[in-house]
Design a protein around this ligand. Structure first.
Ligand code: ZN
Length: 316
């Protein structure tokens, strides 16, 4: 009971404080760094400002107060104006001179503005693309292995003599390749395996590569199906991954397992797959808190949300 009330209070305080804590203004906890994805993106691409090319700060858009994103402010000495632009992504206010030769008579309408991602939507874009890059690396590695398997199958007889010649030399000189372990053992066995089993191995590896490739493309484009595909495929493939660890444990195997567990946790908890934590609808609602014109209006300094909301309701 107490904890529920506490949580509601915190959520309420956070919602009302959003206005006063744009990205980068609250110091992170000492041992927990916090990524400000808006600032990272603005650092890479620059701010997204509205009205830098407009002659006057007026809009055809009914119910839209341009002051939430751009304002002309007279200078204290009464000599000229400064135009303050609010970055549509990171909420920083940037003072610029009004344009000498404006290319637009006024501001665009809201529908004409392609709002940048911010808040949770932007974080998800970063995380999903990181996972996509991980999947691309898997795709390339597996595709190379599949190609190598088929090349090996085609040229097995030609490769047999030089392979065993080199192996014999290594064995006689540096003692490598003795015994059944490791890659040398696997390749030695592959020379005596049937063509059917080699084709089967090649097909399985190629299919795995294809799966990783499809995941990468879908995740890059932030598709919901790709999140489900990644969750199911990653979970299923945890079984052989854990089984692998019962054999020789390497840093790479542990790293791969940790990454995949983190991916599963992220998809389930943050992306709310399979209806977890309210599912897709709750995710949409959470995104709407950060993203879109309503969020910009709600967090605008000096914006009395009540009046403005009434205004926009009247105009609908
Ligand atoms: Zn910015």
């Amino acid at each position: 009971m107490t904890s529920t009330a506490g949580r509601t209070d915190t959520a309420g305080a956070r919602a009302s404080n959003r206005l006063h804590s744009p990205p980068g203004t609250v110091p992170p906890a000492r041992f927990r760094p916090r990524f400000h994805y808006e600032l990272l993106t603005c650092g890479l691409r620059g701010h997204r400002l509205l009205g830098t090319d407009a002659a006057v700060l007026r809009s055809e858009d009914a119910g839209f107060d341009p002051a939430i994103v751009v304002r002309d402010v007279a200078e204290a000495d009464g000599d000229g104006t400064v135009r303050w632009h609010r970055c549509l992504r990171c909420d920083s206010w940037v003072p610029l001179d009004p344009p000498d030769a404006p290319t637009q008579p006024q501001l665009p309408t809201r529908a004409e503005v392609d709002l940048p991602l911010r808040g949770r939507a932007l974080r998800d874009r970063f995380v999903l693309r990181l996972i996509a890059i991980d999947r691309v690396i898997h795709f390339v590695g597996l595709a190379l292995v599949a190609a190598a398997v088929f090349v090996f199958l085609a040229d097995r007889e030609a490769l047999r003599t030089p392979f065993f010649a080199v192996l014999g030399t290594l064995r006689d000189t540096v003692g490598i390749g003795d015994g059944d372990d490791g890659v040398v053992g696997e390749v030695t066995r592959a020379f005596s395996a049937s063509a059917t089993s080699i084709v089967l191995v090649g097909v399985v590896v190629a299919a795995y590569a294809l799966l990783e490739g499809v995941e990468a493309v879908g995740l890059w484009q932030a598709r919901r199906w790709a999140e489900y595909l990644t969750l199911v495929a990653t979970s299923v493939l945890l079984i052989p991954e854990v089984w692998e660890l019962t054999g020789r444990v390497t840093v790479f195997k542990i790293l791969a397992l940790v990454i995949n567990l983190a991916v599963i946790a992220y998809l389930l908890v943050a992306k709310r797959l399979f209806g977890l934590r309210g599912g897709g609808a709750a995710e949409e609602a959470a995104r709407a808190e950060d993203q879109g014109w309503d969020a910009l209006v709600r967090t605008a300094p000096g914006a009395d949300g009540g009046d403005r909301r009434q205004g926009s309701r009247a105009s609908r």
